[in-house]
Design a protein around this ligand. Sequence first.
Ligand SMILES: *Cc1c(COP(=O)(O)O)cnc(C)c1O
Length: 451
Amino acid sequence: MHLLDNFAQRAKNYLAGNDDQRVFPLEESISRLKELDTSLQPDSIDPAEVLDLLDEIGSPATVRNTSGRYYGFVTGGSLPAAMGAKLMSSIWDQNSALTVMSPVSSALEDIAGRWLLDLFGLPPDSGFGFVTGDTMANFTALAAARHQVLKNVGWDAEAQGLFGAPEIRVIVGAEVHVSVLKTLSMLGLGRNRIICVPVDSQGRMIATEIRVSDEPTIICAQSGNVNSGAFDDVAAICQKKGKNTWVHVDAAFGLWAAVSSSKKHLVTGIEQADSWATDAHKWLNVPYDCGIAFARHREAIFAAMSASAAAYIPTDTTRQPLQFVPEMSRQARGIPVWAALKSLGKKGLEELIDRNCAQAQQFAKGLSDAGLTILNEVVLNQVLVHFGDAERTQQVIKKIQEEGICWCGGTVWQGKPAMRISVSGWNTTEEDVQRSLKSMIRQMKSCPPEI
Ligand SMILES: *Cc1c(COP(=O)(O)O)cnc(C)c1O
């Protein structure tokens, strides 16, 4: 058999297991991974044998992200067109650093980037870069912010570094995602010198508490709290801008609310910000890894990410992908994004977002009908449910995970232990929701109540 037919057969078998296989692997499947931990043999072996081994031992130890009943970490499965496009681009093995290395990758990245700006209602001339995920999208956008606010006071951050530079005030909400803090630390802006603004019961930054001067300032807002799904009021935050303020929005999954007529009120005013970070591997359901950074000031992202000062202004009109991202050589991330959007169309994308939000409502209703407390206002696709004290909540979550029908993780929401349900997969069906709800309620009832 041709190796690719062998692969296709295995891929089909794997995906066919999504209905009846466990969502999280059994302990015994995980412990079989040890069989791969041999010393490297001296001789070459047949590639088919390598695939055999990978499928036999690797596949049973996967988390079934591709099933309709995985609700962990806001990660959705892969749309068929996106998965196919990713495989195609792997077959092509394109290097997407420069246009001359892959005209097709450059063209599709450019098209997909402009489609996204249009779908999100962001300024059409914004710059963008396709990176590994939302963390690197935050990094790229905040590097652009650092460049711009220092440039405005006559300091060249890329050339001169930060030693002796004018201070940048960085303002975040108390519910800032840890990835923003990580990027601030990587950018030399320091995760401990941030100014932290209090939040309300849903985790939204209280805009009236923001104090901005005319000094260089970066405000990091958030659209889509990773627990509650809540949105900062970006319009009100932008009103607070001083003479030299850059507003960045971490919108890993929340930005997708912009494509839905019933949800886009949540992102009112986001187009007034200066930069935005989002993930395609979350709600657009493209395979990992794919995030996108956007910045209104195309030159700022370019200046922060270009390899040399000489290349400060693009000399020709061809967009060179490496001038907008931290990496040079990298995979063709625009291709699965293009394919996902092309296959869904605007209506299909809106239906995906709306369907997942409706399913989140079903979870919330089913669980509260069973007497449980929902801790958040379910405005999007996130549901936080409380099973009692920390011990009982952990116990119920563990039993739900062990049963293997669905998978949800635990979290702590404003001091209360909770289970988080994130519905963000194209293939979650009505039946998946009902089966998962039954499992959750069954396991909850099987745990002794709090004393
Ligand atoms: C998921 C998430 C991130 C991190 O995204 P990665 O793609 O894992 O890098 C950052 N911020 C928010 C709000 C998120 O939901």
